[in-house]
Ligand binder design. Structure first.
Ligand code: BGC
Length: 377
């Protein structure tokens, strides 16, 4: 039998080792919404130099500080310093949780189980990102700190009543962000349950600039997307229903390619740049498991972002509609100065029976995991 002291000693060592590698979280008051609701901010840190901030308004990722190749840290996501910024017209979904249905629904209309539904048209002539006043990015979520083997984080929950923003069914949604203890990686896990069939397609809308938020452009970043195909759209950015090869198009990112290399040829398109859904290859990866979707690198800072997901698609949006609005620290966010890599189902899936279904039924659980991992070299 081991003597009592050695058992005690080894457990003290184990506890010390755990404490030195363990990330931690804390919350503070961030501010009040225009109608007087409190917004809390949670801070997560780990031992590899990452700091993440999250707020209860929209279950939003507001800051993501990661080191460059020389160990110098920068915040690589767009956002605002206060609640007023997040509630202003300048907020183009910075870092928010988007839903109930991310991306576009043609003319805000769909039919489900023989019933027609009409949603707000907030992106003429279509419905975009779940609606206007009570879409998931605009409501206050409940928050709770969580600790897992992977790291610490925050679990946000929200109950969307039947009929909110025109969608059927009461929807219980959760979004959990975990910052890894020993890697600069944020794992975002979504779940949802409903009491009536309803479309669900959630995503995170972080805008990245790996040189630091507020840097002039992302056109010098190199991007790889693990997709042979994409969903072509009409001139209102609604999919035609076809699934086509990226081969020979300006959308081909199968090999690492500078974003600015071919973007000019998209200037005169409806998207004014990249704003496309890619059909992820997911070769040999089972449904429900994580597959690499994209890799982004800023050659100057050496920062690299790898995106992994369980979802079938990723929307690459090159920040074409950024309009020089002032964000954190008063920095202006210029046209194409940040980009989004939104893991999700395809746009307007509810009106395209040939696309993977976004309909969630009672008794089922919607599940989606997206991991954003940062390194530098
Ligand atoms: C869409 C863009 C839209 C932007 C709004 C993106 O997800 O693809 O078309 O303008 O969100 O911030």
């Amino acid at each position: 039998m081991r003597n009592r002291h050695s058992v005690l000693f080894s457990s003290v060592i184990a506890a010390t080792l755990l404490a030195s590698t363990q990330a931690y979280g804390e919350s503070e008051h961030f501010g009040k919404t225009a109608d007087g609701q409190d917004v809390e901010v949670y801070t997560l840190k780990n031992e590899s130099g990452a700091i993440v901030k999250l707020i209860t308004l929209g279950a939003t990722l507001t800051e993501m500080h990661v080191p460059d190749k020389d160990g110098k840290s920068a915040d690589v996501v767009l956002g605002f310093d206060d609640v007023a910024g997040y509630q202003s017209e300048d907020n183009q979904y910075f870092g928010v949780t988007v839903g109930r249905v991310a991306n576009r629904i043609a003319k805000g209309k769909f039919s489900l189980n023989g019933k027609d539904y009409t949603l707000a048209v907030n992106n003429e002539p279509n419905h975009l990102h779940g609606g206007v006043k009570r879409s998931l990015d605009k409501v206050i979520w409940k928050a709770k700190e969580v600790k897992t083997k992977l790291g610490v984080g925050v679990r946000f929950t929200y109950t969307s009543p039947d009929g909110e923003e025109g969608y059927p069914g009461k929807l219980n949604v959760s979004v959990t962000y975990i910052l890894s203890n020993n890697r600069n990686s944020v794992r975002i896990s979504y779940t949802a349950k409903t009491d009536q069939p309803t479309p669900v397609n959630l995503t995170n809308h972080s805008y990245f600039n790996l040189a630091g938020a507020g840097s002039k452009t992302v056109l010098g970043h190199t991007l790889t997307i693990a997709a042979d195909k994409y969903t072509p759209t009409d001139d209102t950015l609604i999919p035609t229903g076809k699934i086509e090869s990226v081969e020979g198009t300006d959308l081909d990112f199968r090999e690492p390619t500078r974003i600015g290399k071919r973007i000019k040829s998209l200037d005169d398109t409806a998207a004014i740049g990249y704003d496309h859904n890619y059909v992820l290859t997911r070769q040999d990866v089972k449904a429900g498991e994580l597959a690499v979707a994209a890799r982004l690198r800023d050659p100057k800072s050496g920062r690299i972002l790898v995106v992994r997901t369980t979802e079938p698609g990723i929307q690459f949006y090159s920040g074409n509609f950024l309009k020089d609005q002032k964000g954190k620290g008063g920095k202006a966010y210029a046209h194409r100065s940040a980009l989004c890599l939104e893991t999700q189902h395809y746009p307007d899936s509810i009106n395209h029976p040939n696309f993977p279904s976004v309909v969630l039924k009672p008794g089922e659980t919607y599940k989606h995991v997206c991991v954003y991992s940062f390194t530098a070299k």
